[in-house]
Ligand binder design. Structure first.
Ligand code: SF4
Length: 445
């Protein structure tokens, strides 16, 4: 198979999505993001991916917040070899618009509906029509269940809801389950056609249009099948142990979403010897493992921890988004992973899961393009602190890189000194004046 690069990857702009056809230049070479068509991966699939990451890149593999795989450190010369290797291994990457479904769709008895057939039908219809859509357009089809995607923001959402005598789908735009604008309540028979009405509206409004930009009122009037807002729910975090039909499913995450291919291969071999038969990619940088018996669960968790994977959703580091940093990217001005470890060690109070914390080697902000409650961002002058902003936003204050750990220690002390009993990190940030962050970070507390 010959891979044709769809654009000059060196000029791939922010906002576009890196893929096999359009790898993205980063500080450590080219990055390819892919999501296999197959929901369930085998041990051989993951071992093949590990081999290809070493052969064609620098061996670093990431699982993203939306559950995609990223291989890093490729060159334009090795991308075609990656494509060949994937084909030889029978791993087919998805193409086209990203359509997300819960990782346990179709096998979870607690789900309201299996989202997979709706997602597949929608994917096929979109592929058949030549529409120009925003490169990062995302659609969520959420049938509910243990690992619902209630907290995943999308341009278009389809949420299964139970009505008196059947399952219906709430169509909404521009947000998560709670914040998206309700548009219509559709039957299973009309849901794909209804979603395509919104897809067409996005295309008609221009290639960069996102769900949040749509005139929701006009769409509601067009359907005349009103839908109510849905209550927000806090979905179960995929890291940890879940049970499907009584059988354990173990969610593990590489620390900060990144691992070397050697670690992934070692993990897969260890888990296979514990009985693992199937692996599923899931949001929050998680790999779900099926096939383990109750008796083998503890051994599987021990093996994952030995290889540097988190097995519990109480791991404080799961609140931190970290890019490759100085260990893997020439654009980074400091060791982002060491900084994340320092946050865990000295400022864990900020990591209670109620806010996003972002550690970025440079203002590009690869690991968390959106705003985060707290961002530490490397620049030529040191490491800047951004509160409620993006890595590219102006820092409130900057400290030299060699003064970062003491600055993190002071941020931790700020939290411990000012936090009320049981107060969340989000609440503390919301009521804390920026000047207090500046003085703590600078050492003038
Ligand atoms: S954000 Fe991180 S990974 Fe992205 S270019 Fe900057 S240093 Fe490299």
């Amino acid at each position: 198979m010959t891979t044709v690069l769809a654009c000059d990857p060196g000029t791939l702009r922010r906002g576009a999505c890196p893929s096999l056809a359009t790898p993205m230049r980063t500080g450590d070479g080219f990055l390819v993001r892919l999501r296999p068509v197959a929901v369930a991966l085998t041990a051989d699939d993951l071992l093949a991916l590990s081999d290809l990451a070493r052969e064609t890149g620098n061996g670093l593999i990431e699982i993203t917040a939306r559950g995609n795989i990223q291989l890093r450190g490729l060159t334009l010369g090795t991308v075609p070899r990656l494509a060949e290797g994937l084909e030889a291994a029978g791993i087919v990457p998805q193409t086209g618009v990203a359509i997300e479904t819960p990782a346990l769709s179709g096998i979870d008895p607690s789900e309201i509906a299996d989202a997979t057939p709706i997602a597949d039908a929608l994917r096929n219809v979109i592929a058949d029509v030549a529409l120009t859509l925003a490169p990062k357009l995302a659609i969520v089809v959420d049938g509910g269940g243990v690992l619902s995607l209630a907290d995943m923001v999308a341009d278009i959402r389809l949420d299964a809801v139970e009505t008196n005598d059947a399952v219906a789908w709430r169509l909404s735009a521009g947000g998560d389950r709670e914040t998206a604008q309700p548009i219509a309540l559709l039957s299973s028979e009309t849901v794909v056609e209804g979603a395509m009405t919104v897809v067409a509206a996005l295309a008609a409004a221009g290639a960069g249009t996102r769900g949040r930009d749509l005139d929701a009122e006009a769409l509601v009037a067009r359907f005349n099948m009103p839908a109510l807002p849905l209550a927000g729910i806090i979905p179960t975090h995929p890291i940890g142990v879940h049970r499907i039909d009584g059988a354990p499913v173990l969610g593990v995450s590489p620390a900060y979403g990144q691992m070397h291919a050697d670690r992934l291969a070692a993990l897969v071999r260890s888990l296979s010897s514990c009985g693992a038969t199937e692996f599923r990619l899931a949001p929050h940088r998680t790999l779900l493992v099926r096939g383990l018996s109750e008796a083998a669960l503890a051994a599987a968790q021990d093996a994952a921890q030995r290889e540097g994977f988190w097995c519990t959703n109480r791991a404080p580091g799961r609140s931190i988004s970290v890019c490759a940093g100085a260990a893997g990217c020439a654009s980074a001005s400091f060791d982002t992973h060491a900084a994340a470890d320092a946050l865990v060690a000295h400022a864990a109070e900020w990591l209670d899961g109620t806010v996003d914390v972002h550690v970025s080697g440079c203002p590009k902000g690869c690991a968390h393009p959106a705003r985060a409650a707290v961002t530490l961002c490397g620049t030529a002058d040191g490491v800047g602190l951004v509160v409620n902003g993006k890595a590219s936003d102006p820092a409130l204050v900057t400290v030299p890189a060699d003064g970062l750990v003491p600055a993190i220690q002071r941020l931790g002390a700020l939290s411990r000194n000012r936090r009320n009993n049981r107060e969340t990190a989000k609440s503390l940030i919301d009521r804390t004046a920026p000047a207090l962050f500046v003085s703590a970070y600078q050492g003038q507390q």
